[in-house]
Design a protein around this ligand. Structure first.
Ligand code: F3S
Ligand code: F3S
Length: 113
């Protein structure tokens, strides 16, 4: 799978969303997250992110390693303010912005100067 890391947080450029052929890039509150079971590894999202937040899982810089697990957590664990896990909706557009983040992302300090 491809993974969205720290540079997306509080930026949310969303250019990646328009490129994904399977609509598997989901919007939280402060970041977007790639669904690891829905991503088909096409790689179209990676070059369009202006802050280089997207990596193939094997190419993740060490400082973003936790984001491989955390992108998956967005779908499998309850989020702050949302009791039921998202699961596999099979499309981000119909779900819309979720308005919540993983516990890890929610706890990050604000990323914009
Ligand atoms: Fe985030 Fe980059 Fe997409 S900033 S929303 S990963 S284009
Ligand atoms: Fe979509 Fe990027 Fe995966 S464009 S299919 S999330 S590699």
């Amino acid at each position: 799978t491809y993974v969205i890391g720290l540079p997306c947080v509080d930026v949310l450029d969303r250019a990646c969303v328009d490129e994904c052929p399977v609509d598997c890039i989901y919007e939280g509150a402060r970041s977007l997250y790639i669904h690891p079971d829905e991503c088909v590894d096409c790689g179209a999202c990676e070059p369009v992110c202006p802050v280089e937040a997207i990596y193939y899982e094997d190419d993740l810089p060490a400082e973003f390693a936790e984001y491989l697990v955390d992108n998956a957590r967005f779908f499998t664990e309850p989020l702050a303010g949302r009791d039921a896990p998202i699961g596999s909706p099979g499309g981000a557009a119909k779900l819309g912005a979720v308005g919540a983040d993983t516990v890890m992302v929610a706890a990050l300090p604000h990323q914009l100067a």
